[in-house]
Design a protein around this ligand. Sequence first.
Ligand SMILES: O=C[C@H](O)COP(=O)(O)O
Length: 314
Amino acid sequence: MPRRNPGTDFRPDWFARIAVNTPAAERRAASLPARRSLKREWQAAWLLNAVRCIDLTTLSGDDTPDRVARLCAKARRPLEADHLAAMGIEGLTTGAVCVYPTMVAAAKAALGGTRIPVASVATGFPAGLMPLDLRLAEIRHALDQGADEIDIVISRAHVLQGDWSALYDELRAMRETCGPALMKAILATGELKTLTNVARASHVAMQAGADFIKTSTGKEPVNATLPVSLVMLRAIRDYRDRTGFAVGFKPAGGLRTARDALNWQVLMAEELGRDWLRPDLFRIGASSLLADIERQISHYVTGRYAALHRLAAG
Ligand SMILES: O=C[C@H](O)COP(=O)(O)O
């Protein structure tokens, strides 16, 4: 378990001169899937690793305690027991479940007796357009309900206006309110206009003590992309080199296929090293990715694809 990132003082000099070369970032991201073709056995292993890193998510207006309980049952047993037995795997769970604050109690009840953490979004998810004191109160509410991790959203306006110290202060207050609960800072990169803004916001979030930086809420028109992820991973690397602290990464929003799970892991491994491919440093926020991974694992074990309706949707 790496030491928790305590953050630093506000250090704009660490990011003020960053100017991301967007075409170069896009070329590098585009080259990844083509350059890496993983052997079939290795693909299965990488997909199993993706499962243990998934924050299995439901963030819908029509969520109910029953739906959350079904999601949690899936988090406890994400793949068919026969398939896991055939591969000699025991005790596989997802990395966490992720829900709205009002669903935390249902998730905690359904996950009793396991070590699967419950993550709650908070701070006016998804837009964050609420007064800061109410956003902090929402964190406290989620913690009172039993949340182990808090996925906060940043004020995009601070980024778009270049008010980095306001962004730092907001995030610092959120981190203090989270106390011992892990804080994942959602940057909502699809609304930050430029990759340079993504890089700078990543630095500010880490300086304010974020345990993870996360791409998206899943509600923006553009959610996780490989170029955005590349920029965030390089910021994480830079921060690690400056401070010695390892900050986690959570791509989220629109990751739906086993191929996505492989591509993001390859990007992580190439940019930060394979050591980063574990749940305390890497999560994939996804509501529907698991179904495709199940399908691919089923094919790997049985040689044929299961019909989608046979795989529990979670
Ligand atoms: O944080 C997780 C995202 O909200 C999930 O997005 P998704 O429904 O596109 O998988």
